[in-house]
Write a protein that binds this ligand. Sequence first.
Ligand SMILES: C[S@@+](CC[C@H](N)C(=O)[O-])C[C@H]1O[C@@H](n2cnc3c(N)ncnc32)[C@H](O)[C@@H]1O
Length: 448
Amino acid sequence: MATLNLKNVKTRPHPTARDTAVAVRPLSAGETIVSVPAWTTALLISEKGRRCDWCGCLPLPGDPLLKCGGCGSYWYCGKKCQLRQWKAHHRSICKYYARYTASAAFQGLPDEEKVDAVLLSHTLANLHESPAEDPAREDDSSPYSVFQTLIEYTSVGYSVPPVCGKSTSISPSPEASSLYARFGNNNFVLHSHLTAFAHGIFPLTSRLFNHSCVPNAVVKYKLKEADLPCMEVVAIADVAEDEEITIPYLDPAIPLDVRQHQLQSRYGFKCNCVACTFQRKINPVPFPSPEDLKGLEAILRQRIQLTGVHSHALSSRYLLPQLPPDLFPLLHDSYLPSLSEAFSKTSHDGEYALALEAGLTLLGLYSMIYPRNYPLIGMHALELAKTAWNASIQGVPGKSEDARLKEARSYLVLSREVLGVLGPEGDPGGPMEEINTLTELLRADGPA
Ligand SMILES: C[S@@+](CC[C@H](N)C(=O)[O-])C[C@H]1O[C@@H](n2cnc3c(N)ncnc32)[C@H](O)[C@@H]1O
C-alpha cells in the first residue's frame, strides 16, 4: 500500500518499523487525530450477556438485552443492533456457534485466545457474508485491503485457532491463516474507563501508529447504540508538524524486562524510546533499603509540588532521564507494585492518612514514568481526591478538615485536567461524572 495521507496524519518511512505516523499540521493536546470505526469486534468472555455484541453498549436500566433466539449466545440492545450483526456475520455463525464453543479445540484455548478465535470467525464470516457491501477486494482503502497490508505477526509457534462455521475442519484455511497472521501485533483491546471489554480490528489505526513507552497520543473508544465501537486516537501532548505520533501498545509502567520481552515476542521489535534507553542504562537498580526508602519517598512527594491549582504542577517535560541517581532505587521492578498495593489496601481499610501519603508518593512515581496527561494519572488523582474527601469526613488526625478539603480539591482539579484531555469515552458515567459529583460536594463544603 502506498503512503497514507489523512487530514491530521500521514505515514513516513521508518528505519526499522517500515512506516511511522507523523503530524501533517501542529496538533494540540486533546485533539482527535483520527476516528476509526471497528471493522469487527468480539466481546471478552466475561462481558458476554452484559453488553451488546454489536455496539458494545451496556443496556439501559430496566431495558434488558435481547437474546439471539437462534444460538442463545449473542445479546443485543435491540432489533437494530441484531439486524446489523446478522447481516455482517451472525447469519453464517448462529447455527454452528453452540457446537463450535463446545468443541474440544475451542475449549482447549486460553480465554484471551477464545476471544481472538471468535473475532477471527466474525471477520471471516463478514468477508464471506457481505461481498456485495464489502468493497474490500477492489477498494484499496477498505478495512480488508488496509488489513492485508499490515505487518505480519513474527512470533514463532502460534497456531491459528478453530473458526466457527459450517466446516468442522480444524486445519485453518489460507484466508484464516492470512488474517490471523496479523492479529497478534495489530489488533486492539477495547476498554471503557480503562477496563477491557472486547477485542477488535481497526486496520487504519494499526497501519498508522507505532509504539512508544512515552507516547504523545492514546486510544479511546466511543460507544453508540447501533454503531460498531469507534476508536479515537487523541493527542495527550502538543504535537509539532512532522513530529512522530506514537501510542502505547502496553502499560509503560510494566517493568523494563517484561516490557521488552512482550514488545519483542508479540510485536517483533526492540523499543528504543527515551524511557527504555534510560532504564536499560541504569539497570539493574537495587531495591531501596527500608531506612533509605522513607527519605526517597519524601523527595518524590516534594517533586510533585502539587500546588493545588492545576496539572501544570506536573512538569510538561518527560523527566525520567533527568532522575538523580539517588532516586534510581525507586525504579526497582517491585517498588511500584508494592506502593500501589499499599495505597489500595490502606484506602480500602479506611486508613486514610496512610493512604494519602502512599497515594501522593505513587502520583510522584507515575508522573516520572508516564508522560503528562497520561489517563492513568487522572484516574489516580481522582482516587486521591476521594480519599482526601473521606479523610475530611472522618476527621482523620494530622490535618484540619479545611486542609483535607483543599487537598481533595487540588486532586480533583488535576484529575479533571488530565481526563479532560482524553475527553468522553466508553460507557456513560465513569470518572468525569464522579469528578462532577465530587466537585459539587466539595463546593457545598465551603469556599476553596
Ligand atoms: C501496528 S503496526 C504499526 C505500523 C507499522 N509501523 C506499519 O508500517 O505498518 C505494529 C508493527 O510496527 C512495528 N513497530 C511498532 N512500533 C515500533 C517501534 N517503536 N520500533 C520498531 N518497530 C515498531 C513492529 O513491526 C510492529 O509489529
